[in-house]
Design a protein around this ligand. Structure first.
Ligand SMILES: O=c1[nH]cnc2cc3nc(NCCN4CCOCC4)[nH]c3cc12
Ligand SMILES: [Zn+2]
Length: 370
């Protein structure tokens, strides 16, 4: 995997990530494909909107249909019919947020499946073995995503475990890698000095890219913003920086300003299914009665399939009827909006006017329309 910085504008930067399955222009957004699908979308639609990489959840695919099954069927790209780059997370975060009866030991994490209650034990090596079997292009080490709030002592102890697991994941990966990449994950809670120590530890092991984990887990915005501001610049400049689970476009602006390159979040897809749509006039909730007879397109400034062919009235009608088409049309628009936003942001960085772009959009994004 090659990482090439094309342009800098302050700490913000445009770069290219070259993988064997294609190039990713950063700053990049990765739509989340939990069970091997970006919900309600075909892979062709995701590609047509302009996305170059998607995220798939290891935890879900390991539990169902199983990583050996996916491998036997030709690997994840063939299985889900997406032939561009795929980043898989390690499963750690889903184990903490979805599974039950979790037990973390120095060896690994034991948990019960949220699907059928079966007992599982994942080690740092196993987490990489699963991602290798799936055949993902960018893998994540097994880490402990420290919940919020967490005592400093607990975070410090957890850091040692996460550093040891990162090393074990990396060692296993080195023995079995073939043209894939593996990213390390920086934890440390909201404690800047622990975060700095985590950067040193994880960089010592050495990875193809580095993720900021343990954020967007319920901590106050100002803590998340401070950690990003202080820690992102300490992460190796010549490698991709990935902020996990983010996010809201205001948070994206702040993170890009401080040098973050990659993002993933369920917000555009999950909000679409709940009728919350992002437009150039701000966020709107399509179910509101004021749209009942509104014959105008969702977003006059958007040329996505939904905005070119349907009215707010019809989108509201579909939502009220809980029609499947509602999920599809809303998702097409929100993903298109995110993709255009990232394209415009990359253009602004290329033109050296990221600050203007941020000011202009902060004003729009703060507007919470009806
Ligand atoms: O430390 C982490 N390690 C490995 N994976 C992660 C994934 C993560 N995803 C979030 N936040 C997701 C927050 N979403 C915001 C929108 O609503 C759903 C949750 N934070 C995350 C932290 C980690
Ligand atoms: Zn649209």
């Amino acid at each position: 995997m090659r990482f090439k910085i094309l342009r800098k504008d302050g700490f913000a930067r445009n770069a290219l990530i070259e993988t064997k399955r294609g190039v990713i222009h950063t700053p990049a957004f990765m739509p989340v494909g939990t069970n091997g699908t970006v919900k309600a979308m075909t892979p062709e639609e995701i590609r047509e909107i302009g996305y170059e990489i998607i995220l798939s959840n290891t935890y879900h695919l390991y539990l169902r249909p199983g990583h050996e099954t996916v491998k036997k069927l030709g690997g994840i790209h063939k299985f889900i019919n997406w032939h561009g780059p795929i980043l898989t997370d390690s499963g750690g975060f889903q184990i903490y947020s979805l599974a039950s009866l979790r037990k973390i030991t120095s060896q690994g994490v034991e948990f019960r499946s949220h699907i059928d209650g079966s007992l599982h034990f994942i080690t740092p090596e196993k987490a990489i073995e699963i991602q290798l079997a799936l055949g993902s292009d960018i893998m994540m080490v097994l880490d402990e995503c420290v919940p919020y709030p967490a005592e400093k002592e607990y975070v410090e102890k957890s850091l040692k475990l996460t550093a040891d697991w990162a090393k074990r994941s990396k060692d296993y990966f080195e023995k079995h890698r073939n043209d894939q990449a593996v990213f390390g994950i920086i934890q440390g809670g909201i404690y800047d000095e622990l975060r700095q120590k985590a950067v040193e530890e994880i960089v010592k092991t050495g990875f193809d890219g580095y993720a900021l984990g343990g954020l967007s887990v319920g901590e106050p915005k100002e803590d998340m913003y401070r950690v990003i501001k202080n820690i992102a610049p300490l992460m190796p400049e010549e490698k991709p920086r990935y902020l996990m689970g983010v996010g809201d476009l205001m948070d994206v602006l702040h993170a890009v300003e401080h040098g973050i390159d990659m993002f993933d979040c369920v917000i555009p897809t999950r909000n679409a299914r709940n009728g919350t749509l992002f437009t150039s006039q701000g966020r709107i909730s399509i179910k509101r009665s004021e749209f009942k007879e509104d014959n105008s397109p969702l977003d006059p400034d958007c040329d996505c399939y939904t905005c070119r062919n349907y009215t707010k009235a019809f989108l509201r009608h579909l939502y009220m009827c809980r029609e499947i088409l509602s999920m599809r049309l809303n998702t097409i628009h929100n993903l298109y909006f995110y993709c255009r936003f990232f394209e415009k942001m990359r253009q602004a960085i290329a033109d050296g006017r990221f600050q203007d772009f941020k000011k202009e959009w902060m004003h729009v994004l703060e507007k919470n329309f009806s």
